[in-house]
Design a protein around this ligand. Structure first.
Ligand SMILES: CC(C)(COP(=O)(O)OP(=O)(O)OC[C@H]1O[C@@H](n2cnc3c(N)ncnc32)[C@H](O)[C@@H]1OP(=O)(O)O)[C@@H](O)C(=O)NCCC(=O)NCCS
Length: 196
């Protein structure tokens, strides 16, 4: 979730999917549009990138852990969904200290555009928390948000993380519940401290 109020806590205690609807990590896509060679995709998106399919065959979208996120582009997306702006220097530090930073890129061999984002903080062993899950409004409703979350969970599972939490805005709870997340707290087990 992003900055906001009145959010709810969701926890992922068990494996989400028996099998993923998405291609395996590092695959360069279908036999369709293969004009970009795998080396080019690796150069743009690093190792472990993943392609998400959308109904429009002319559009290619890639999840990347390694392509550096442009903070101004990220702000363009978060502003488009109505989140308040944060000072970019603080966002830069937050990303630097995150356990996982995932960009969703609309592919262009010259200049990919950031259209989605998520990040996680945590110890990388026992606990992780997902933050700032967002898909640009122009790209919503095509399964990308779910693909982004599936990828995030895959990465954390690969690290061996035991439990994953996130803080969902009330209007998005069902989005997560449909993917297997459980709503907490059952007995007000969560505590929060805010700087202001
Ligand atoms: C929430 C968000 C990431 C979803 O991204 P998306 O790409 O539109 O979602 P998807 O297309 O993958 O949707 C997957 C499923 O969830 C459903 N869904 C999407 N947004 C939903 C919502 N807000 N509430 C309930 N269900 C939702 C879709 O209808 C779809 O259902 P289906 O599989 O039955 O068709 C996106 O709407 C967004 O960025 N919102 C603004 C920022 C935000 O609120 N982030 C979450 C903070 S906690």
């Amino acid at each position: 979730m992003g900055p906001g109020s009145g959010f709810c806590v969701l926890v992922l205690w068990r494996p989400l999917f028996a099998s993923s609807p998405w291609p395996e990590t590092g695959q360069a896509g279908s036999a369709g549009d293969q004009s970009d060679c795998k080396a080019l995709l690796h150069g743009l998106y690093g190792t472990g990138f993943q392609e998400l399919k959308v109904p429009n065959p002319e559009l290619r979208l890639f999840l990347s852990l390694e392509r550096e996120v442009d903070l101004v582009e990220l702000e363009r997306i978060t502003t488009a969904v109505g989140w308040h702006q944060r000072p970019l220097r603080r966002v830069r530090r937050a990303l630097r200290h995150s356990l996982l930073v995932v960009g969703l890129w609309s592919h262009d061999p010259l200049l990919p555009r950031l259209v989605g984002f998520a990040r996680c903080i945590g110890d990388g062993v026992i606990n992780a928390t997902v933050w700032d899950v967002v898909v640009h409004p122009a790209y919503q409703g095509a399964g990308l948000g779910q693909g982004l979350m599936t990828f995030v969970v895959q990465q954390l599972k690969a690290m061996g993380v035991e439990s994953i939490t996130l803080f969902a805005d009330p209007g998005v709870i069902r989005f997560y519940q449909n993917q297997g997340w459980e709503l907490e707290p059952k007995d007000q087990r969560c505590c929060f401290w805010y700087a202001c």
